[in-house]
Design a protein around this ligand. Structure first.
Ligand code: HEC
Length: 480
């Protein structure tokens, strides 16, 4: 392999002929790998088509050849890994959102469909209900049968891959963003410290263990005691949220709550809902009665999934809101926001059953409002302190130094921090102007919370954070 790829010590010059030459040298070994991939893909039933396999293996040939020629002309392998993994991150995150939208979209759609079916039409007594709709250039008529059809259609759509693909892409994302950067993305900034490896092991155990615990509780608590199940589940949710924020960095803690709930949702589809559907289909085929208990279980689990959606969606966007995950009582904020989400879902579920409980939505809104006020008390309080602290003027030089050494190693045009190739999120603090432009973000990430630097990798002190705060409150003057 080494002979074909010609892995040799890095060269100095990057000219195009050199790249081409190295590309050609890398081709034979890459083609060999491509052939192996071409036949290897035969293990996937869906990829029996020659054409697909050809395209996939050709892509791999190109990727391997280009990568090894870049390496051969002297591009640092660490740099390659960073560049590749950032683009992989982009693609996987994009996919995760697309799959998630498809999953939640179909699940919302079928909920809505069930609630809007025309059920009282005397001419269609043989149906459970039907519905007319108009969408994108056509009229649709959907019918829900009372039982299985006489003969099963050739093509029956299941809606399961959306769920699986969402979970798989989510898990890959967890690996790329959190496991690969465990020391900066998973660990706490201060206090109790895990090692990166234990953080990852705990994460895996939590994902697996929480499914078994949830599944056990669902089976143990009888169907007519759903309230007890909801209460137990809620207590566990609070405990998990609290526990996770005590062992993980704040963002990782939130994401893990989301990952756990997402795992329960996908596993509900995989282990309970789809098996029940399979049972329905096979009993229709064999003209037998379906297993009623399986259907009841599936219905219950899909109701659970329905209530899980809004909290999970909030957690997916939570990384944009440092005032939630970065707050001192971040676990409580998560719990309260989730209650508001679950109430909102509850309102729509009841409305779908033609029960109009008008008080629910305003209550959810009020919960959000009071959460906003209570979580901001410390900010209001800081504003008051501004007057007392304005006596000692903080010098801009001092501020610039703090930012240079504590943030600028990563947030610079040319970062010096190992493993960081370009300024994260495009945030740069090279000049006084850069600092002024980003003042709100500095305050949010490093003063009002301790999110930055991640894992406090550059060792910023509380005293320094306080200096930044005072300087900002004194008007962020660069001439001080
Ligand atoms: C070890 C490298 C490192 C250091 C040091 C560092 N950061 Fe960051 N910073 C990051 C990374 C990585 C991200 C991107 C995180 C993400 O994916 O959301 C980031 C993101 C940010 C963002 C953008 C947040 C957003 O979601 O838009 C701001 C603002 C920020 N950092 C401010 C700071 C400040 C202020 C400091 C110094 C007190 C600092 N950072 C120190 C690595 C660092």
């Amino acid at each position: 392999m080494e002979f074909f790829l010609n892995l040799k010590p890095p060269l100095e010059n990057y000219d195009i002929l050199n790249v081409l030459y190295n590309f050609l040298i890398a081709l034979p070994a890459s083609t060999l790998a491509g052939v192996i991939i071409f036949f290897g893909l035969l293990i996937f039933k869906k990829l029996q088509s020659k054409e697909y396999r050809l395209y996939i293996s050709l892509s791999f040939v190109l990727i391997i050849a280009v990568t090894s020629s870049l390496y051969n002309i002297g591009v640092n392998s660490d740099t390659l890994v960073v560049v590749y993994s950032e683009w992989l991150h982009l693609i996987v995150r994009w996919l995760h959102i697309i799959f998630g939208v498809a999953w939640i979209g179909t699940s919302f759609y079928f909920n809505w469909l069930d609630s809007r079916l025309e059920r009282d039409d005397p001419n269609f007594k043989h149906l459970d209900g039907y519905l007319w709709s108009v969408h994108s250039g056509g009229f649709y008529r959907i019918e829900k049968l009372k039982g299985p059809p006489e003969t099963l259609p050739k093509v029956l759509h299941w809606f399961k891959w959306e769920a699986y693909a969402t979970w798989i892409s989510g898990f890959v994302l967890l690996i790329l963003v959190y496991y690969f950067n465990a020391s900066s993305m998973m660990l706490k900034n201060d206090g109790f410290q895990l090692t990166p490896t234990t953080a990852i092991i705990i994460s895996l155990l939590l994902l697996i263990g929480s499914w078994f615990l949830y599944d056990f509780l669902c089976k143990k608590i009888e169907d007519d005691k759903q309230q007890l199940l909801v209460l137990t589940g809620f207590v566990l949710f609070v405990l998990f949220s609290y526990f996770l924020t005590k062992i993980y960095g704040s963002r990782a803690a939130y994401i893990h709550v989301g990952a756990i709930i997402g795992t329960l949702m996908a596993a509900n589809v995989f282990r309970v809902i789809i098996p029940a559907q399979k049972n329905l289909v096979s009993s229709a085929e064999n003209k037998q009665k379906p297993n009623l208990q399986l259907s009841i279980d599936a219905k219950n689990r899909s109701i659970h999934n329905n209530y899980f959606t809004l909290p999970v969606l909030f957690i997916m966007i939570s990384s944009h809101f440092p005032f939630t995950y970065g707050a001192v009582n971040n676990w409580l904020i998560l719990v309260i926001l989730s209650i508001a989400g679950i109430l909102t879902r509850h309102y729509f579920n009841l409305r779908n059953k033609k029960q109009y409980k008008v008080w629910i939505l305003p209550s959810a809104a009020l919960i959000m409002f009071f959460l906003m006020i209570f979580s901001s008390l410390s900010i209001f309080d800081n504003d008051k302190k501004q007057i007392s602290s304005s006596l000692e003027l903080v010098n801009f030089n001092e501020v610039q130094n703090i930012i240079k050494y504590r943030c600028g190693t990563c947030h610079a045009k040319n970062p010096t921090f190992e493993g960081i190739e370009s300024a994260p999120k495009g945030v740069i603090y090279d000049t006084a102007n850069d600092i002024l432009k980003n003042i709100k973000l500095i305050k949010a990430q490093a003063v009002d919370s301790d999110i930055m630097p991640p894992g406090n990798l550059t060792g910023i002190t509380n005293n320094e954070r306080e200096k930044l705060r005072i300087w900002i409150e004194q008007g962020a003057n660069i001439n001080n």
